[in-house]
Structure formats: C-alpha cells, structure tokens
Design a protein. Structure first.
Ligand SMILES: Cc1ncc(COP(=O)(O)O)c(C=O)c1O
Length: 394
C-alpha cells in the first residue's frame, strides 16, 4: 500500500510452466533436462529453413501439416521402428495434448464414456473432463493394462447398450507407473478393439526413450483394422516449447481432423516450427539428440533406483522403469502420500501424490518421482531426504 492508500500489486507473469523452488529436490516435475534442450541444433535448423524456404515456412500451412515434415517423419519412423506409415495416415499436431483435445472435440459427444487406464497421465484426464466425458477406469498391473478387465467392462457396457467413445492409455513407459504393456497383451487388446469396434487412443510420447531394450511394436501397428490412434510428440525427444507432435490414424480420421474449422481458418498447426523440425531431422540431429537423452536419463534412472534402495525403508516398493521419465513408488500400506507431501516438502523433497493419476480415487500410497530433470547429486540428495522422513514417520 503506497502513501496515497493505493494498493500496488506486483504481477507475476511466469515464462515457463515449471516452478523450481530453492532448497527442494523437485521429483514432481515431468520435464526434459533444461541443459539438454538442443538450442544450437534448433538455431541451425531455423537458419536452414529461413535461407532455403522462408516464404513457404512463413505462410499459412497445409491442414495435415507441411509435406516436408510428414515425409521426414515417415522416413524417420521407418528408420527407428522398421515400419513406414502411409502418408495419408499421418497428421502433424500441436503436441499429444492438443491431439487428444482434437480427438475429444471431433470424435466424442459430452456424456460419452471414455475408458481410461488406471493409473494414467493425470493431465490427459483433465483434457477429457474438459469435454465432459464420463471417465471409466480400467485397472493395470505389472504387465500394463489388464485386458481381461477391459473385456469385462466392454461386455457389461454392451449389455447396457453403451458404446464407449474410446480407450485412452499410455502403453509404453507409462506416466506415472513406467510400465510397458506386454506384446501378448498388445495383441489381445488389438483383437478386442476390433471385436468391439473400440477406438484405442495410444499415447506413446515415451516410446523412443528406452534404456535397456526397445519396447514391443505399438498397438497401432498391431491393429490393422484401423481402430487405434497413436499419438507421438517432439516434447520429450526434442523440446516441449516447440509444441509439436504427430498423430497416426486411419485416413478417415485424419481427414475428419483436417476438415476442422480451426484448421480451415488458421492452416496447419505449428507450421513454421514443423519446417524447423523437418530440417532438424534432415540434418541428422534428432537421432543424435535421442542418443544423448537415452544415455543421460539411463544414468539418472540407475542412480535413482540405487538411491531408493540405499535410503528407503523396506516397506517401500518400486519397479525399475525400462524407459520414460518416472519411478512409481509405493509407500508403506496405509500411508497417504497426499497428506504426507507437506512433511516431505518441509524436509526438502517433493513428488506428485499417486491419487492424481486415478480417475476414480485410489493410488493413495503411491508417489510419482521424475528423474530426468535432476542432476545425479540432486537425485541422491532427494532420495536421502525422502528416506529420512519416511523412517521418521514409520
Ligand atoms: C503420457 C503423456 N502424454 C502427453 C504429454 C504431453 O505431451 P505434449 O507436450 O506433446 O502435449 C505428457 C507430458 O508429460 C505425457 O506424459
């Protein structure tokens, strides 16, 4: 309040979404390592675009995404996964979140039932809730989504005359559990989807970030009937600020999305950025970047699971994730990770409480720990602090 009695407020306009609090080891983040964001490569790619194709790159873009990126992406997917998607089955998106939002907007109606894996990416649940979908959870175990439970749910819904609008799952290196759906279950799910005419939305943003062995083929590639939609993103393998990703789906779904009013009016999403990413791939920088990320994150994952083993009470449990960004930690039975968070933060360590990743409650004694954004020392320090407060509590 100044001398004239007026209230002056300092407006805080943050630049970025994360909030790194001094003195706290932030296991709660879900971001790539800031130091590994490839500024030099993006600069190099941008220069190529502006010198070579400025007028195309700075124009309104084609609704499907620019041909230069679609072609680069298909060739790159063939090179890393062994299968080249047909050009008609690819669409450039504003990241996986925007793609999910677009799918909900164009392929669902408010009040529709969406089946969601439990646990699953908490912010995808928010996107689906924005579209007023009724979320019905399907449980998972150590092999990923329980396809037997899915079949029971589908049978029950069919008896009631309800057709779910989709199943959403993070099939590979799940956020938050780190678990990958086994090949056997992928095949079973593909069959079930075909039988029940179920659209499977496979959010696959971590697929390329494997640390031990490559994951099994995507559900999309195992579902020739075309009932699967696969979402990819440059957020985790290149930079989230680019807001760019892709979707693989039947030509019919791609066409439906391309014909949306917003793309008709404004042209393809992230058009300039898409040119830059195409040049980035063309320069061979994406493979190089992923190689660096995998080596760095593998080491961080190893340090985190080692430190948890050294510092946490024996009542805690976790599986070593084979890729992705997270360790899914189960605390002692009966502990409430939401209530415990304040105690942990007072001791200088943070996480996301497990309950956020369940559409229907549950997961109370779980915590999601991120290891990609922290240095090896921070990871060690964070596990040490967490262990100390857990021992005190127990
Ligand atoms: C499973 C999953 N899907 C989607 C996203 C967000 O992807 P994008 O940045 O491409 O919107 C995340 C980010 O944390 C994620 O973990």
């Amino acid at each position: 309040v100044n001398s004239e009695g007026k209230v002056k407020m300092k407006l805080s306009l943050p630049d970025v979404q994360y909030d790194l609090r001094p003195g706290i080891v932030e296991f709660r983040a879900g971001h790539p390592d800031l130091a590994l964001l490839p500024a030099t490569g993006v600069l190099q790619a941008t220069q190529v675009v502006l010198e070579r194709e400025a007028s195309q790159a700075l124009s309104y873009g084609a609704e499907q995404g620019p041909g230069c990126l679609i072609k680069q992406l298909c060739a790159w997917l063939e090179h890393v996964e062994g299968e080249r998607p047909p050009l008609t089955q690819v669409m450039i998106t504003g990241g996986a979140s925007q793609a999910l939002d677009m799918i909900c907007m164009l392929l669902t109606e408010p009040g529709d039932i969406a089946l969601v894996q439990s646990p699953t990416y908490h912010l995808a649940l928010r996107v689906m809730r924005d579209h007023h979908l009724e979320l019905l959870p399907v449980p998972s175990d150590d092999e990923g989504l329980r396809v037997d439970a899915l079949e029971e749910t589908l049978t029950l819904l069919q008896r009631r005359g309800r057709q779910p609008c989709m199943l959403y799952l993070v099939s590979t290196f799940n956020n938050p559990s780190g678990i990958t759906l086994t090949l056997e279950r992928r095949n079973a799910l593909a069959e079930l989807a075909q039988h029940y005419n179920l659209i499977v939305v496979e959010d696959d943003v971590y697929y390329k970030l494997w640390y031990d062995t490559p994951p099994p083929p995507s559900i999309y590639s195992l579902t020739p009937s075309g009932s699967a939609i696969r979402l990819g993103s440059f957020s985790k393998i290149l930079a989230p600020g680019l807001r760019l990703g892709w979707m693989l789906a039947t030509p019919k779904i791609v066409q439906r999305c391309m014909k949306s009013g917003v793309l008709d009016s404004g042209g393809g999403l992230g058009h300039f950025t898409a040119h830059v990413v195409a040049a980035f791939i063309e320069l061979g920088l994406l493979d190089q970047q992923i190689k660096t990320l995998r080596a760095t994150y593998r080491e961080r994952r190893n340090v985190l699971v080692g430190a948890l083993k050294d510092h946490l009470p024996k009542e805690c449990h976790w599986l070593t994730p084979q890729g992705g960004f997270f360790v899914w930690l189960r605390l002692a039975q009966g502990m409430d990770s939401t209530a415990f968070l304040q105690t942990a933060e007072d001791a200088g360590v943070s996480y996301i409480p497990g309950a956020r990743f369940f559409a229907d409650g549950g997961g109370d004694n779980y915590c999601r720990l991120n290891f990609t954004m922290l240095s090896l020392d921070e990871i060690e320090q964070g596990a040490h602090r967490l262990g100390k407060v857990l021992y005190n509590y127990l």
